[in-house]
Ligand binder design. Structure first.
Ligand code: G4P
Length: 528
């Protein structure tokens, strides 16, 4: 296979959803279609199987939930698909956000009975930052859900994205009869007795009498025709350019549990979604189609997958070129060469040594501690990709060590866990006695922190919850900043010394914004 063909056929995406929308189920069905797993229950098993991939960390085993995210890959119809898996638990971490920066597109999975939920909204915002294409799968059509028009309205109102239904459901819940594929004019019939047995009928259009025959319920069919007409007249047009810019989301309807609509979604998705995207660097845009030299960046570090060895795995997203096992690359930040000897790739539950990989792929590198999040590895002339952003934590605690004698180990542990991106560390600014503050996106991270400091660094810590809910990176003209720094309360600095303000609630935040119109407040560390 030529290099260009290998890149063109790669698809790297993440599934974003609120817990319980059916992400595990959908992922599993996709893997089944791709032949990466043979039985249903394989992915689901990760919640309780002993050797499941996501359970490497002891704490995950104890809690039976997935704390960190992993990568799953499979082949389908000539495509090489990488799914960036993100934890489904609501106590997800900043890791989830960062994983999204390695995706070229996202699939937003929505429970049709619930619509857009809190976590979907947060994850959507992160995808929106990079304007990546977003595809929507409305799930659980086998149960009574909300009116599809209402769901579309919600996408526009809550997320500010226009939508184009690729298919339209006929009935819902008890009366769910199938989905009409608007582009291919195909009718997929739902058979509740045996949902896997899907009859596909080619129609000439929605008025085809074959539709009446197949559905056999006059009321349902006429309602469907009316709705479709309304969509054609009042709905947005399909525009691939808008999809590519993340301004229009194609919607698919289905039922992941019964595999219904999943294959249709996958086939459309593979055709419409982008191949590995170009990325900004200090040398300008690096486009994998034009640049065959290897380059990539670290977006996630997972430590102690094997407690006996205390190893860390750094996840690298290949941005351009081809990776070959044993190749030597430049570690740009420290200016040294690095031999990539034992990289691993991930397939459902096993990890295997990878010999070659292309732009778009994710590889895991065993790392004795040289790499940190955001590092760039390149072949040939050195350059760096844009810095990885930090996102506003939502929970904050003052942290201190219980035994003063353990101070050194404490600092070392904190430093390493910060580099891994497990927590964000802030320091109080301009205070008489300096205090360290830990910020996390999900409260579970506090437990992970406590557990890991104790187990890996033999340090007991004290955490004292602080009442803040938002962090905003602040910047502005020098004079305005000086005045702001003197007057504003609850200022801290991040690990790179940037000024950050902590707020307890939105009201406090708005007040500060009104009081200091010259200061810009950013939700993440990407300060323009
Ligand atoms: P998550 O990873 O997004 O958290 O969701 P997961 O796939 O675990 O699914 C959450 C629940 O929703 C599961 O039920 C699952 O079976 C169900 N589900 C997923 N897709 C569909 C669908 O298309 N239709 C219907 N009706 N249900 C669906 P559970 O009772 O929590 O677990 P289980 O006992 O079924 O394993």
């Amino acid at each position: 296979m030529t290099y260009k063909k290998a890149v063109e056929t790669r698809r790297t995406f993440a599934i974003i959803s609120h817990p319980d929308a059916g992400k595990t189920t959908l992922t599993e069905k996709l893997l089944l279609f791709g032949g990466a797993i043979r039985e249903a229950g394989t992915v689901k098993g990760k919640k309780n199987t002993k050797h499941a991939m996501s359970d490497w960390m002891e704490i995950e085993k104890q809690r039976g939930i997935s704390v960190t995210s992993s990568v799953l890959e499979f082949q389908y119809d000539g495509y090489h698909v990488n799914i960036l898996d993100t934890p489904g638990h609501e106590d997800f971490s900043e890791d989830t956000y960062r994983t999204l920066t390695a995706a070229d597109s996202a699939t937003m999975l929505i429970d049709a009975a619930k619509g857009v939920e809190a976590q979907t909204k947060k994850l959507f915002k992160v995808c929106k930052m990079r304007n990546i294409p977003i595809f929507t799968f409305m799930n659980k059509l086998d149960r009574q859900g909300r009116d599809p028009f209402e769901l579309m309205e919600e996408l526009e109102e809550l997320l500010g994205i226009k939508s184009y239904p690729m298919g339209w459901p006929i009935g819902m819940g008890q009366s769910f009869s199938g989905v009409y594929d608007r582009l291919n004019k195909k009718l997929e019939l739902y058979n509740p007795e045996n949902p896997k047995d899907i009859d596909v009928i080619q129609l000439t259009g929605p008025d085809d009498p074959k539709l009446d025959e197949a559905i056999g319920d006059e009321g349902l069919v006429s309602q469907f025709r009316e709705e479709l007409e309304l969509l054609d007249v009042a709905g947005d047009d399909f525009d691939l350019d808008l999809v590519k810019k993340g301004e229009l989301t194609p919607i698919f309807f289905g039922s992941a549990i019964s595999s219904f609509g999943v294959q249709t979604f996958l086939e459309h998705f593979l055709k419409l979604s982008p191949y590995p995207a170009p990325r900004e660097s200090t040398k300008g845009i690096i486009d994998p189609m034009e640049n065959e030299d290897f380059s990539g960046f670290i977006f996630k570090i997972q430590a102690n997958m094997n407690p006996a060895h205390r190893d860390r795995i750094a996840f690298l997203r290949i941005t351009s070129g081809k990776f070959e096992r044993g190749m030597t690359v430049k570690h740009v930040r420290i200016g040294k060469n690095l031999k990539l000897a034992q990289p691993t790739q991930f397939l459902a539950q096993s990890r295997s040594i990878v010999d070659e990989a292309y732009a778009g792929d994710i590889i895991g590198l065993f790392d004795p501690g040289n790499l940190r999040i955001g590092d760039t590895l390149v072949e040939g002339e050195g350059f760096q990709f844009d810095e990885m952003p930090h996102f506003s934590p939502e929970f904050f605690s003052a942290i201190s060590v219980k035994e003063a004698l353990k101070h050194k180990s404490f600092e070392k542990g904190l430093h390493q866990l910060t580099e891994e991106g497990a927590i964000q560390l802030f320091k109080t600014y301009n205070r008489f006695s300096e205090q360290q503050i830990v910020g996390v996106v999900g409260v579970l991270q506090f437990e992970v922190l406590e557990y890991r400091l104790k187990n890996e660094y033999h340090v007991d810590i004290q955490l004292e919850r602080l009442p803040f809910s938002f962090a905003r990176w602040a910047s502005g003209p020098q004079q305005a900043m000086e005045a702001f720094k003197k007057a504003q309360r609850n200022l801290v600095t991040d690990r790179d010394g940037r000024i950050v303000v902590l707020f307890e609630n939105e009201f406090q935040m708005r007040t500060a914004m009104e009081k200091y119109p010259d200061i810009s407040f950013y939700e993440n560390s990407f300060i323009k």
